[in-house]
Design a protein around this ligand. Sequence first.
Ligand SMILES: Cc1ncc(COP(=O)(O)O)c(C=O)c1O
Length: 436
Amino acid sequence: MFAEIKNNLVKKAKENNFTKSNIIKELFANEDLKHKYPNEIRRSTFVGQITNEVLAETGSQDICKIMAIGDIEYFGEHKKKWEKLVKNSIANINIKYLTWYDLAWQWSKLFRDRIVDYMQTYYDFLALDKEKISDDIVPTYGWTDGFVFILNTLKWIYTDRKINFIYPESSFMANVKIAETELGWENLFEIKKPIKNNFFVSRDQVAELYEQELNSNDINIFYITPVWNPTWEKIDKKSILEVLEFVASKDDNSVFIFDNVYVGLLKEAESKSMFNEIFTDSRINKRIIFSESLSKTLWMTGFRVWWLWSLNQVFVSELKRNITLKKAWFSKLLNEFVVNILSDLPYLTRFQTEVYNFWTLQRKSFYNEIKKNFAHLYNLEWSTQVLDREGIYILLKIKNWLKTEDIFAETWIIWVQINLSDGIYIRYAFGNVNYY
Ligand SMILES: Cc1ncc(COP(=O)(O)O)c(C=O)c1O
């Protein structure tokens, strides 16, 4: 795929006696890669892969660790268990259900019921009507697809309105870039992190934005990732509620997109507690479009199973209407597979917990190694904490005078660079590695 880039670089590296840091600098500066992969996470991953190929061809045995992408992979016993689960779920597919279009474009009722049961492993739905949620689930093929589709539907609902997109600076940038292409850069509003150890936004910052730039006659969409990429910090419940309550009281047109891809990775009590008040406050919850997935909680990044739901009937019906118009989709094969894989939830929960504990061990060992050998490169006090909790990322701030390429050359790990208002950070991802 990258043969030409690699071959040119091998030649150049041999002629000029390149160091590791020279190789990576060249690749990050490569215009072709920049153009083809505007998503930095993918570009960094490819840079890592090409670096390793160049090194192999220049005679180096020293392969770098690639920790850029939030992909998921299992190892050892976990891999065996996962493969068995997948094989059984495929083997038990009932072929008689595979024919005909899915005319409702909403997958089967059994699929949606299983999804609601799965969500109940991390949400407390006691105050909500579960049958209604099941009816209102809108499946998508992955979040990128779901996110484009939400924006497209909101544009469809509010054809004559200006639509703004507001996000904390430490958000998942791939989606911010999608918002830029869908809504225009002039309608994007970034809120900088308020203080040293806070990567979300404060109520006062949002209030100031309304005073100075936002207009409540516009449609103001807030993009909220309660358990974060890039940080792997969970926003504390009080801060989210303060922001949501403020916006709800100020702006009748506001919309919150909740990117809950990682919420299921939290300990059950934490995720349930995080959303209790949100689910019971109708002023707030009717403005939210929730997005959920099996990508990161269960090893399904490659299967593309996501779904949207909302307690707002206008959003739900317009999302459904838009789907029937624009997407003749939903594979019944995937439908049946998901029904089967979610059939034994107690087993699945035990399995997931084992895997999440493995990730925690990886993250902690990595962090200890950094503290022991590379503390001089990072500003650990300003970095996010590595807690005894499941998760797949670590975000470390680098010392002011350093460059990320130099960190790479010393640690020999490829990362994603995140530029925040108070400095440069590196995000390391742990979902597909067993290095530590
Ligand atoms: C916060 C967040 N949202 C969305 C996604 C994208 O999900 P998908 O690859 O399933 O489209 C990711 C992937 O890393 C993510 O971290």
